[in-house]
Ligand binder design. Structure first.
Ligand SMILES: NC(=O)c1ccc[n+]([C@@H]2O[C@H](COP(=O)([O-])OP(=O)(O)OC[C@H]3O[C@@H](n4cnc5c(N)ncnc54)[C@H](O)[C@@H]3O)[C@@H](O)[C@H]2O)c1
Ligand SMILES: O=CCCC(=O)O
Length: 545
């Protein structure tokens, strides 16, 4: 408890007593911030002490008693089976057990959902910002109230440790709160005309029906950060979650219903026929926008399909984040951040460090300390086990990719410092792996690994590090550690990425614009930039004055 209080102090520096954190959001936020801080904490007992504060029921019992499990599509305010009656299984990646059976939607269901959304848009767009704000606030409060259940659903279908699932649910909730507040502050512009007798205005309008397609790695928060902004702006949506993790998204829809969001405003079709659902969404003339989070490969395909109807698109795509450690860095802070950044969600985040570049003077010491940190802080196991920090990979394909990256790195001269193979916890678990002396042209340096493998490369000069960092077609996040002020500003400007972490790896927050450059995508989510993605600007010229 002493350690937890210490962490709470860091998480809430302005609060004097942990006991005063009564509001559920504060507790969720505490769990989230503490779970992040745990990785940064020096105290090896901290994690156990923090998580053991929560009693954990067995997930099998929980799944049968959960109130937010839904197994159908939600279209026009009704829970309905798929048109062809087909279903698909949801599998726990930690145990390979079947944890749910969900309606397997296809083109016909998607078309119905689009029509419902289009119909609902005609009235939802006329609601006041105050009305939409209140609806989102109710949705936010329900998510917060159900954090525990939502987190357990998430861990059951995705495998991530429960503390990380709670952090994700809290992060998702924060977008509903944020946009419920922001929408009441939206304004237009009065522009002076160049000639007498006219007045010019610029106003904002919702873009229309939006297709929201999301991945399995953050099945709750990736959907939350889209739907909250869309609904706030006055849009209606058809959501398509990943087939690996439909339950978290369906649970959010169940809470939308409970929050009183009118029928047709929020629709959801889950299914294995991703390309068919995607095609209908992208090609429908009734859909005004596609917002996609996922791989660059699929993002490009969706943009091509959307071009036929000239849709607006937001694309949150893959990354290949460099993590650079300069000679002047605070080594301890850099090592802790590297382990956090690389191994969160078992390496399956789009902003995970994918390539670790370390300057020559501190190279050997960094490698040694990072190996020790991995040993000390990370524990592989089922996400429901209180002591686990590393869950499974999502499926066999992901494990095969990780294995191929390790084999390629080693066959090209990389040396394994620790890990390097599957873990005994189960067929989809992989040991947290550290490989040194990886050549620049190894597969792992060129592609996003999306797994718990940290390749380390030695560099000599700042110019060389920046060149390696930028030598990729994607540009989502980039990190570096340095204590040289001039270098900090220089390198932050030189990195070809959408997001920079300088002397920190904790960059995700609702207040900041999240998104990439190059082939990492288009548009931003979160912050005020995220709302604009769902608004059109209309110019009105009022004459005859
Ligand atoms: N930039 C970001 O904010 C961000 C966030 C999370 C994940 N990602 C990226 O997502 C990727 C991992 O997720 P993934 O493996 O689920 O990606 P993916 O592209 O395979 O799938 C993402 C979503 O698209 C759907 N999909 C797949 N093929 C489709 C098609 N032809 N038409 C329509 N929909 C289709 C999937 O069912 C899923 O819902 C990584 O590259 C990661 O970096 C990016
Ligand atoms: O993969 C996406 C990462 C999202 C986050 O950091 O909250």
């Amino acid at each position: 408890m002493a350690t937890l209080s210490r962490l709470a102090k860091y998480a809430f520096p302005n609060r004097t007593s942990f006991a005063r954190l009564q509001h559920p959001l504060q507790n969720s936020a505490l769990v989230r911030r503490c779970s992040l801080l745990l990785v940064e904490s020096n105290d090896s007992n901290a994690r156990t002490m923090a998580t053991s504060a929560q009693p954990l029921p067995k997930y099998q019992e929980f799944m049968s008693s959960a109130t937010l499990i839904r197994d159908k599509a939600y279209i026009d305010g009704k829970w309905v089976g798929s048109a062809d009656g087909e279903t698909f299984d949801v599998i726990n990646p930690a145990t390979q057990e079947k944890i749910g059976v969900v309606a397997d939607c296809g083109p016909e269901d998607t078309q119905r959902a689009i029509e419902a959304a289009f119909h609902a848009f005609q009235t939802w767009k006329k609601t006041t910002p105050k009305q939409r704000s209140a609806a989102l606030r109710r949705w936010f409060e329900l998510i917060t109230k159900h954090t525990k259940e939502l987190s357990m659903i998430l861990t059951a279908e995705n495998g991530k440790p429960l503390a990380e699932a709670e952090a994700e649910v809290a992060s998702g909730a924060s977008f509903f709160e944020w946009y419920s507040e922001m929408i009441r502050h939206v304004t237009g512009e009065v522009i002076e005309a160049p000639a007498k007798g006219r007045q010019l205005f610029a106003i904002k309008e919702p873009v229309g029906v939006c297709g929201l397609i999301t991945p399995w790695n953050f099945p709750s928060s990736m959907l939350a950060r889209k739907v909250s902004a869309a609904v706030a702006a006055g849009c209606t949506v058809v959501m398509k979650p990943a087939a690996e993790t439909p339950l978290s998204a369906l649970a959010l829809a169940a809470l939308a219903e409970e929050a009183g969001i009118p029928p047709g405003v929020v629709n959801i079709v889950a299914g294995k026929k991703a390309s068919e659902i995607g095609k209908v969404l992208c090609e429908s003339p009734l859909v005004a926008k596609i917002s996609f989070t996922g791989s660059t490969h699929v993002g490009k395909l969706l943009m091509q399909q959307s071009a036929l109807t000239m849709k607006r698109v937001s694309m949150e795509l893959g990354g290949n984040a460099p993590f650079i450690v300069f000679d002047s860095a605070d080594l301890k802070a850099a090592v802790e951040a590297a382990v956090f950044c690389k191994f969160r969600a078992s390496g399956q985040t789009c902003i995970c460090a994918n390539r670790i570049l370390v300057q020559e003077k501190i190279y050997d010491e960094f490698v040694q300390k990072m190996g020790e940190e991995i040993e000390k802080k990370l524990k592989v196991g089922n996400g429901f086990d209180q002591s686990s920090t590393q869950g499974p990979l999502i499926n066999r394909k992901a494990l095969d990719k990780v294995t191929a990256h390790v084999e390629d790195a080693v066959s090209n001269g990389g040396k394994i410092v620790r890990g390097g193979k599957g873990h005994k916890a189960g067929p989809q678990f992989f040991e947290p792996t550290l490989i040194r002396d990886v050549p620049e042209d190894a597969l792992i340096m060129r592609e996003e690994t999306f797994g718990p493998v940290a390749p380390i490369v030695k560099f000599r000069t700042e110019e060389e590090a920046v060149k390696i960092a930028n030598s990729t077609s994607v540009g989502l996040a980039g990190y570096f550690f340095s204590q040289d002020m001039a270098q900090i500003w220089r390198v932050a400007k030189k990195l070809e990425v959408g997001m920079v972490g300088a002397n920190t790896a904790m960059i995700s927050t609702v207040e900041a614009p999240f998104g990439g450059v190059k082939e990492s995508g288009l548009g931003r989510e979160g912050s005020h930039y995220g709302l604009v993605e769902y608004q059109n600007v209309k110019y009105i010229c009022l004459g005859g004055l």
